[in-house]
Design a protein. Structure first.
Length: 319
């Protein structure tokens, strides 16, 4: 007899997991309501564990191992696995991407801008470089861009964006305050992408939050959170929650090429319902920012394929 414990947001969802993973013959051994509001059901079955029709026995195990390795909470892992089960595929990448499509929101920043975009976040998150990458992408696509910096206090902040603007042959507008930003935003032409690089703020400072709110209001912009990957899950969610309360609905995730665990950003998407907008995967200004979609996220979560033996032998100097 095998025992398995399933965690879900409700009893009905937990029972659905039991039926899909163990079959109708499973016997419920125990149920428990956790302090986090989740329901845990322990079930037993006399025969080997079954998966949904069309899904190879190892696919869910591969996903479970990969997701757990990123430090996701068990409840989130079960939610994603439950979403993956109905898809009839033996490809872990396709199964995980399909699950992400149903569980998370993906909202890239491409397309015709309806509002100015104001990049917000803590100091050092990568707002200035992300603004330059977005501007470069728009320029290469032949779209008009108006680049604005409100980061006039940080040492070297203006100079860094000014250098990027010079390469892109764009003028850089400076706004030292919300009253200075309002007329610049009002001058934006229809169809023009207005990108605003805001100063990094301490989200726990009431004064910093007030200044950011004033910039958002003065420009009528959509604030987009620039969030570095790899932080502590609890701290990252609490930080992102403050920006969410300031109006953020989407996030640009940076430093994805420098971290091994993405549990913190997955937690933000799950807990705060923030949409994945852009993925910062390289310092390259022209190619280092990619529209987030379920496949991009699934590739980041799953382990890299094993190196082909021929290539491995060549690197070792073997025939």
């Amino acid at each position: 007899m095998r025992l398995r414990t399933f965690t879900a947001a409700s009893m009905s969802e937990a029972m659905a997991l039991v039926r899909m993973r163990l079959g109708a013959e499973a016997i419920i051994v125990a149920t428990e309501e956790g302090e986090d509001g989740a329901t845990r059901v322990t079930a037993a079955v006399d025969q080997p564990e079954r998966l949904a029709p069309g899904v190879e026995p190892d696919v869910i195990d591969v996903l479970n191992e990969a997701l757990s390795a990123h430090g996701l909470a068990p409840l989130v892992v079960e939610k994603i696995l439950c979403a993956a089960l109905p898809f009839e595929t033996d490809d872990p990448l396709l199964a995980l991407a399909s699950a992400f499509t149903t569980v998370f929101t993906f909202a890239p920043l491409d397309g015709e801008p309806r509002r100015p975009l104001l990049l917000a976040g803590p100091p050092g998150a990568g707002k200035t470089v992300s603004a330059a990458k977005l501007a470069a992408r728009a320029v290469m696509a032949g779209r008009p861009v108006r680049l604005v910096t409100a980061d006039t206090v940080r040492a070297g902040g203006i100079e860094q964006l000014e250098a990027f603007a010079h390469v892109l042959q764009l003028p850089l507008h400076r706004a030292e305050s919300a009253p200075r930003l309002a007329p610049i935003a009002a001058q934006a032409k229809p169809g023009e992408l207005l990108l605003i690089d805001s100063p990094g703020i301490n989200p726990y400072s009431a004064g910093d939050r007030r200044e950011l709110s004033q910039l958002i209001a003065a420009s009528s912009a959509e604030p987009v959170l620039v969030l570095p990957a790899g932080g502590d899950g609890v701290d990252t969610v609490e930080l992102a929650r403050i920006f969410r309360d300031l109006g953020v609905g989407r996030m640009i995730v940076t430093r994805l090429d420098m971290v091994q665990r993405l549990g913190s950003i997955i937690a933000c998407a799950d807990t705060l319902r923030l949409g994945f907008a852009e993925a910062g995967t390289s310092p390259d200004i022209a190619k280092g920012l990619n529209a987030f979609n379920p496949v991009v996220l699934a590739r980041l979560i799953l382990p890299k394929p094993a190196q082909p033996q021929r290539q491995a032998n060549a690197m070792r100097g073997s025939p």
